[in-house]
Design a protein around this ligand. Structure first.
Ligand SMILES: Cc1cc2nc3c(=O)[nH]c(=O)nc-3n(C[C@H](O)[C@H](O)[C@H](O)COP(=O)(O)OP(=O)(O)OC[C@H]3O[C@@H](n4cnc5c(N)ncnc54)[C@H](O)[C@@H]3O)c2cc1C
Length: 422
């Protein structure tokens, strides 16, 4: 095949979460070349941060691992990590894209032996665990990171210690002198799969996230439950390490609210039900309370809801709490509001409160598409069917099964768009 034809048959996929990964492997496995661009050092997106998946309550790592194997075994996929698309020009079948690749400061020959991290004396807040613990300035993002190569924080690379690691690396992979590069690539179609970020809980001021130590969020709770998380999976509270035996979840914290995210993220009810099972499995005597407006467990997830509802250790209160106060003696959060069904006011004290915050598209903020004619809906999701295709949570809030279905389907749309010229 001539080079220009090959370019026309290349699909650019932006975002290496479960959605982008799925589109990339599906398109490559039917013969198309794929350029997969991920802004972080490793693939997997938010799914890599989850402890278990609803409804099966299995670990997400096996699903991710299967996709990493498919990607690794397919020479048609070219992966760029720490990279972002800066500019897009052209039309279906013939796009030119400019990509900025940030330095990793560690070459691909790295075997992830960990000798450099052992020698590194600089600790930084761990972004993978939402800053709830610290990690080394040279590291892999997490235990199951793919590609399995370390990276170095840019600030650390400037310091003297980084240079001392060069001779320490058994395979000579460390290079603090690496610089950013700009690439120009020809592709035939583009799929935006940049996913979501947790809604900033501190914006929901009456609930005191950021002010009260024992008010957390659903994504932080995923990391707390994880054996590779900040507490090695022990469900303890931040203020004093006490085991969490009495916990409340507040649904729609900043969702279905015109002051915050006006839409429903679809997964938060299920996520809290799933997280209630984490607590009940670890501490069978623990009490869980879920405050909700109405419960949404669509389609086949009703069975999962019924299973969780059958647990006598979980209390369901139809109410949107008005506010949270903190008991100064115990640092217990006190949830205050009125029960919608009984009209009775309550002020209940808990060890920990988890805010079930929703999903905000990255395309609303950090991952805008640098191309003309791209349509966004009123919330910043990339509208499907534009010149740049979209999938997964870049297009709409979805669970993983929905994201995988949408991303398999968009691979076909991308192939069609590529064929406009190829
Ligand atoms: C608390 C909680 C629990 C959940 N639990 C479950 C569950 O148990 N089961 C389930 O089915 N679903 C669950 N979900 C939903 C699940 O997280 C999503 O369905 C899934 O993350 C969607 O994947 P994605 O690839 O579309 O987005 P993401 O996972 O967000 O991946 C997007 C990728 O794009 C990258 N990216 C972002 N911007 C750029 C850019 N500018 N350039 C290049 N790359 C970029 C990101 O780094 C990331 O790797 C849960 C959600 C929440 C909030």
């Amino acid at each position: 095949m001539a080079d220009d034809q090959a370019a026309g048959r290349t699909i650019l996929v932006v975002g290496g979460g479960i959605s982008g990964l799925t589109t990339a492997v599906e398109a490559a496995e039917v013969g198309y070349s794929v350029l997969l661009v991920e802004k972080e050092a490793h693939l997997g997106g938010r799914v890599a941060q989850h402890y278990q998946y609803f409804p099966k309550l299995c670990s997400p790592t096996c699903g991710l691992e299967i996709n990493y194997q498919r990607l690794k075994n397919n020479p048609r996929i070219r992966l760029l990590t720490l990279a972002e698309v800066e500019d897009i020009q052209g039309t279906d079948g013939d796009y030119t894209v400019r990509i900025r690749q940030h330095p990793r400061f560690v070459r691909d020959t790295c075997t992830a032996c960990g000798e450099c991290a052992k020698a590194c004396t600089v600790q930084v807040p761990n972004p993978f665990n939402f800053g709830m613990n610290e990690t080394k300035a040279i590291r892999a993002s997490h235990a199951m990171a793919f590609p399995n190569h370390y990276f170095m924080d840019a600030e650390y690379a400037k310091g003297a210690e980084a240079r001392t690691l060069v001779s320490l690396c058994p395979v000579g992979a460390i290079d603090p002198e690496m610089t950013a590069t700009t690439l120009e690539e020809k592709v035939g179609s583009i799929v935006w799969a940049t996913g979501w970020q947790p809604y900033a809980a501190e914006k929901v001021q009456p609930y005191g996230f950021g002010r009260f130590a024992n008010v957390s969020t659903n994504m932080r709770f995923e990391r707390l439950a994880n054996a590779f998380g900040p507490t090695q999976g022990r469900l303890t509270r931040p203020s004093d390490g006490k085991e969490v035996k009495n916990i409340a979840f507040i649904q729609c914290a900043g969702s279905r609210d015109h002051n915050h995210l006006p839409y429903c993220s679809r997964i938060c009810c299920l996520a809290s039900m799933k997280q209630a099972t984490y607590i009940r499995a670890q501490f069978p005597e623990a009490k869980v309370t879920i405050y909700y407006i109405d419960l949404r467990a669509m389609d086949r997830y009703e069975g999962f809801q019924k299973k969780v509802e059958a647990d006598p250790g979980i209390t369901w209160i139809k109410s949107k709490p008005a506010r949270i106060e903190e008991d100064p003696a115990t640092q217990n959060p006190i949830v205050i509001g009125e029960n919608t069904l009984t009209g009775i006011r309550y002020a209940e004290s808990y060890d920990l409160v988890v805010l079930a915050t929703g999903m905000e598209p990255n395309s609303a903020t950090t991952a805008r598409v640098p191309a003309k004619g791209v349509a966004y809906d009123e919330y910043g999701f990339v509208v499907k069917g534009g010149p740049v295709l979209s999938t997964g949570c870049a297009a709409t809030p979805l669970d993983v099964a929905g994201a995988v279905q949408a991303s398999t389907a968009v691979a076909l749309k991308a192939i069609q768009a590529t064929a406009m010229r190829g």
